[in-house]
Ligand binder design. Sequence first.
Ligand SMILES: NC(=O)c1ccc[n+]([C@@H]2O[C@H](COP(=O)([O-])OP(=O)(O)OC[C@H]3O[C@@H](n4cnc5c(N)ncnc54)[C@H](O)[C@@H]3O)[C@@H](O)[C@H]2O)c1
Length: 491
Amino acid sequence: MKTVACLGGGVIGAGWVARLLENGIDVQLYDPAGNAKTSVQAVLDNAEHAYAKLTMAQRPVKGTLRWCEQIQEAVSGADLIIESVPERLEVKQAVYAEAERYAAVDAIFASSTSGIMPSDLQAQMKHPERLIVAHPFNPVYLLPVVEVVGGKGTVPATIEKAQAFYRDMGMKPVHVRKEIEAFVADRLLEAIWRESLWLIKDGITTTEELDDIVRYGFGLRYAQMGVFETYRIAGGEAGMRHFLAQFGPCLTWPWTKLMDVPEYNDELVDLIAGQSDAQSGHYSIRELERIRDDNLVAIQQALKANEWGAGLVLADYEKKLFDKGASQDSTQATNDTSQPIQTSRRRIPPDWTDYNNHMNEARYLQCFGDATDSFMRMIGCNAAYIDKGKSFFTVETHIRHLDEVRVNETIYTTTQVLKGEGKKMHLFHHLYHDDGRLLATGEHMLLHVSLETRSACLPEAEVAAALADIARQHKELSLPEGAGRSVGQTL
Ligand SMILES: NC(=O)c1ccc[n+]([C@@H]2O[C@H](COP(=O)([O-])OP(=O)(O)OC[C@H]3O[C@@H](n4cnc5c(N)ncnc54)[C@H](O)[C@@H]3O)[C@@H](O)[C@H]2O)c1
């Protein structure tokens, strides 16, 4: 899917827009609110900040955002239509009626609704088979899960196609096979929410104490094992059966007040809102969003290192990005390789800079490492080749730092092969600012190795030939200024 229409750009709609753009998909957005541009931009800024930290993999060039004046304009030419308008059935149905007049017949309609049944949403549609609920979580650009629910009229192909698309964007679609109001997640959240309101109304605890009990305790467990795996462990060696035997009797005790709802009145609102202000009022919402996003990124990265839960989704997403990067590299390789080859291009993320806002020293090495990786993929030393047990290892590096570069500025590298024969690959990278300034050079000697024996060996014929071909062409170029320098030579 290349173009997606977003109808509604509030909290959730803007989150979808951000995830789509960050994944290189073009978005056509319609939202009638006067302040929509400002509020959507704030979400896009947050997403850019978060993605820069989420993954070091080269991401696709961002998609473009087109603001549309009407639904007709937004849905024209769109492969997918994401509806995130207010949670009222008649509003959503009116939007579908208008959108169906102009949408392609095979465009999928995906509603972000938190609880309306898809069968009700599609009841008046001309082509109900293409509607699903795809219920995401805030912030949509960072939380992987999306509950996918079909209605009576939905065909399985719609669900499958949509799920594949969400996976490609680093998400974890979970198909909820039977439609019920509020689906799965919001049923669970509603249970906790109701009980929380009672606990505060009855003066048992405050909003802050309750949040502490969640985030210092079972909230940490939920983020990595959910409900059932956690309780399985709680049953000890005897597992879930023992846990059920132990806590089963509590089910008949009056522990929760789920069906008994506290009266919603000014007194309750003042109590909850007042305590919440005292707890968190010293932060702006923007500050809280950034703190939340940074924490969500860190948690997902920790889970990735442990190869678990949401970390596996992030790892899979990164693998896809690397594979895509590899195919971009090979497209480049078919272009002119007689000149130094562009091997990377990126904007400097905020956390790559030091206290002066300049890119820090270690990141120069990362840029050159990424350029080397990209070049290796170009000559066929890609993930599949490495999986088979061979690769190049860097054995020597010389970097010259020539100019400074700041956060959010764009840089790129070019790579020249000084030597590429036998086991040796001698590369010279230039790091440029987008304005043409030379920022640094990196000279690197790599040896081809067997990952089994950990000793040098000759590359496979295809890799050797691709490298030799570029080396032969680059031999015609003059030796780059600074090649072969050692530390301490006069500048
Ligand atoms: N907020 C959440 O945490 C959350 C989570 C998951 C799902 N949802 C669901 O997402 C949907 C949107 O919720 P939200 O929180 O983003 O609400 P919101 O109020 O922040 O945004 C709704 C947006 O829709 C726009 N809008 C109104 N009428 C429209 C129309 N006819 N066409 C296009 N845009 C229109 C509004 O201007 C507004 O910007 C709801 O169905 C909600 O249940 C919300």
